[in-house]
Design a binder for this molecule. Structure first.
Ligand SMILES: [Zn+2]
Length: 232
């Protein structure tokens, strides 16, 4: 079958999210666009990230349809092709209900800048009232990499699966900081933020994080099941 590389990337990202403790319930989804086609690979609804196998990664068109009528994906899958149509620069999307991500989303704002990595989301996060593309589209700005949906979860996306998955794992970390640091905790001063943003522009942090996530996924997958390395 063609496009196997993108299919493998979705499976690897599901296992990486599972290794990070971000996939214990039904409902998260990862997708990777098929280059040059109105198609993308994503995971079925019926299993958790921990349980995903290659046959659970299915091909959908830009109306969210599979060629196989037995394939059931999330009823909330439409924002994937919605974002792909809206943002030609986006080729991969990760959505989870990770505990800390969901706790932070309930605050209804982007994470406070309490660590260098939070600068990835500063001014590049949209707040949408629900996961429908008709709500997400007007909320999104050019250059955004994250969507926060209060009382639901978050979506990260990027030029490739390395960016989308590494940003999601990074969001989990900075969300935990935001939720657990008391109100009034000093945030990073503006000039410091600008210096960090310039540094991260040059760093290969997201690609290195994706490589780390893949190593963790490989270590956590025992041949039939992914045991989370990070407890949810
Ligand atoms: Zn969801």
């Amino acid at each position: 079958m063609a496009y196997e590389e993108q299919r493998d990337q979705v499976l690897m990202a599901c296992r990486a999210m599972a290794a990070q403790g971000l996939g214990t319930g039904i409902g998260g989804h990862v997708s990777v666009r098929v280059p040059g086609e109105e198609l993308y690979w994503t995971n079925r609804l019926s299993k958790t990230f921990e349980e995903m196998e290659l046959e659970d990664i299915v091909l959908l068109d830009f109306e969210g349809r599979s060629a196989d009528p037995d394939v059931v994906v999330s009823p909330g899958i439409d924002f994937h092709h919605g974002i792909y149509m809206l943002r030609p620069d986006v080729n991969a999307i990760v959505h989870t209900h990770g505990f800390w991500i969901t706790a932070q989303a309930a605050l209804g704002r982007e994470p406070r800048v309490l660590h260098n990595m939070a600068t990835y989301f500063r001014g590049r996060t949209a707040l949408a009232p629900d996961d429908e593309i008709k709500s997400i589209a007007p909320a999104m700005k050019e250059g955004d990499v994250c969507i926060i949906i209060p009382w639901h979860g978050s979506i990260t996306f990027g030029a490739d699966i390395a960016e989308a998955a590494a940003l999601h794992s990074t969001l989990d970390y900075v969300a935990r900081l935001d939720v657990t640091a008391p109100p009034g905790t000093p945030e990073m001063p503006e000039e410091h933020v600008l210096a960090v943003e310039a540094l991260l522009e040059k760093a290969d942090y997201l690609n290195l994080t994706w490589e780390l996530l893949q190593r963790k996924a490989a270590r956590a997958f025992d041949g039939t099941y992914t045991t989370p390395l990070v407890q949810p």
